[in-house]
Design a protein around this ligand. Structure first.
Ligand SMILES: Nc1nc2c(c(=O)[nH]1)N[C@H]1C(S)=C(S)[C@@H](COP(=O)(O)OP(=O)(O)OC[C@H]3O[C@@H](n4cnc5c(N)ncnc54)[C@H](O)[C@@H]3O)O[C@H]1N2
Ligand code: MOO
Length: 425
């Protein structure tokens, strides 16, 4: 990272503040992976970021096999034999037969079992009749089955040599299934990013303590910790710092030597009691501060040595919005994944905002709903306060309103960012 011109005045007009897209561009440009790699057993790989390419060493499945329980036969034998075939083998899954099937014969076969040489079609047992005559067993197979019916081809899932997964993806359950299907018991992943979480403010108390007038519980710690957990990082909880310059500086300095990223909440604006900003300036470099967004205006990005510093605002709504918009992609990039932009789609507004300030991007708490006609619409949580956890709880995503908008009309298409597209189930 290199130092950048600082945007350094909390009394700036929004049009002079750094825009959301500019902030993202700075983060994208300046950050890259910092984590080394390690090998982990597949059992521990869910959610981790893949650090190697996965190639299929052989066809999957390895052999042609039956898709149903039934009878495997040579399709061209069916009509000449009038569908009346002699049973000559019994093949269960995991017990392939070496013998080729004889003329006008069929093999009893079970789902997943390897098709005996010579057969190309499987009839389902429910559609067939068994017939025993003179100590011999026969099966009557109905007409009309296509050649190849109920046969699963070798390599039909994946051909030998196919690239299944590229490095940089976050492993999902189905990706683990794919790796397991190649026979690999372990996989190379990026090591977990070390995140240090710090809450600040003389008024902040951890749950369990008594609350005096003027104090609030540290809900942000639990919000940010759980958001971090969706990123599969390792978390160091550095507790709540008082509004004391020395303590803040000492703690940030020590934390920066042990973590890849410091995530603070509170103290991000420039009151005399907001020591985070001053401490960052003394210990490292501030690359951006004060964005043209709402909520989240005091958001701060910098570095202390090689440790990335993200100062999130203290208001819970701003803290969550800033985590999702900025901290999530940053953590992903540091950890070897891509810059994770949220999923977005357009949906009609079931609300109106008669007057919005121009020059800043606003993010409302949105609730995706079905209207009386069965159409999907989005409702805005009706109160704007940045301290209201209720709105975060009611919402299932964010509504993004661009800088140039000065109002939102009922029925207008708006951009919706579902929480589910940002790692929150
Ligand atoms: N003169 C200015 N004042 C403020 C500005 C500004 O630009 N100039 N920005 C406002 C905006 S926008 C926000 S957001 C807040 C955030 O400022 P800080 O990051 O300095 O946060 P604090 O002042 O420490 O706290 C704000 C608010 O949030 C509560 N809080 C703080 N930490 C936690 C926590 N861990 N868990 C729950 N709640 C927390 C705190 O008690 C305050 O109520 O500043 C505006 N002011
Ligand atoms: O970020 Mo603040 O929440 O805009 O009030």
């Amino acid at each position: 990272m290199t130092a950048n011109a600082l945007i350094d005045d909390c009394f700036l007009h929004d049009k002079d503040r750094l825009r959301h897209d500019e902030a993202l561009a700075i983060l994208k440009e300046r950050l890259g992976p910092v984590a080394g790699t390690e090998s982990v057993p597949l059992e521990e790989a869910n959610g981790r970021i893949l650090a190697e390419q996965i190639v299929a060493p052989r066809d999957i499945p390895l052999s042609d096999n039956a898709a149903v329980d039934g009878y495997a036969f040579r399709h061209s034998d069916h009509d000449p034999a009038g569908g009346f075939l002699r049973l000559e083998q019994r093949i269960a899954a995991g017990r392939p037969s070496d013998a080729e099937i004889g003329p006008w014969a069929a093999a009893r076969i079970f789902t997943g079992a390897v098709m005996p040489t010579g057969t190309d079609t499987v009839a389902m047992q429910e559609d067939c009749e068994r017939h025993d005559q003179d100590g011999q067993h026969f099966v009557i197979i109905p007409q009309g089955l296509k050649r190849g019916a109920n046969r699963r081809r070798a390599g039909e899932d994946v051909k030998q040599g196919t690239v299944l997964l590229e490095p940089g993806i976050r492993l999902r359950p189905q990706d683990l299934a794919a790796i397991a299907s190649t026979g690999k018991p372990s996989v190379s992943v990026y090591r977990k990013i070390r995140v240090a979480l710090i809450s600040t403010g003389d008024e902040i108390r951890r749950p369990g303590a008594d609350l005096k007038t003027g104090e609030v519980y540290d809900s942000n710690h639990f919000l940010l910790r759980a958001l971090c957990e969706t990123m599969h990082v390792s978390i160091a909880d550095l507790g709540v710092l008082p509004d004391t310059a020395d303590r803040v500086e000492e703690t940030l300095k020590a934390a920066a030597s042990r973590a890849d990223i410091l995530l603070t909440t509170g103290g991000a604006s420039r009151g005399e009691e907001d020591h985070i900003l001053w401490a960052l300036d003394r210990l490292g470099q501030r690359h951006m501060w004060q964005l043209a967004i709402k909520p989240g205006r005091p958001m701060m990005f910098g570095q202390i040595g090689s440790c990335v510093f993200l100062g999130l605002p203290g208001n819970p709504v701003a803290a969550m919005v800033c985590f999702l918009l900025y901290a999530r992609p940053v953590i992903s990039v540091l950890g070897g994944g891509g810059f994770l932009e949220p999923q977005k789609f357009q949906v009609p507004a079931d609300f109106e905002v008669p007057k919005k300030k121009p020059d800043r991007r606003e993010f409302y708490r949105g609730v995706l709903e079905t209207d009386g006609l069965g159409n999907t619409v989005v409702r805005k949580f009706d109160r704007d306060g940045s301290g209201l956890i209720t709105g975060l709880r009611e919402a299932n995503g964010l509504i993004e309103i661009p800088e140039e908008a000065t109002s939102v009309e009922d029925g207008q298409m708006v951009t919706f960012l579902p929480f589910s597209g940002m790692g929150i189930a």
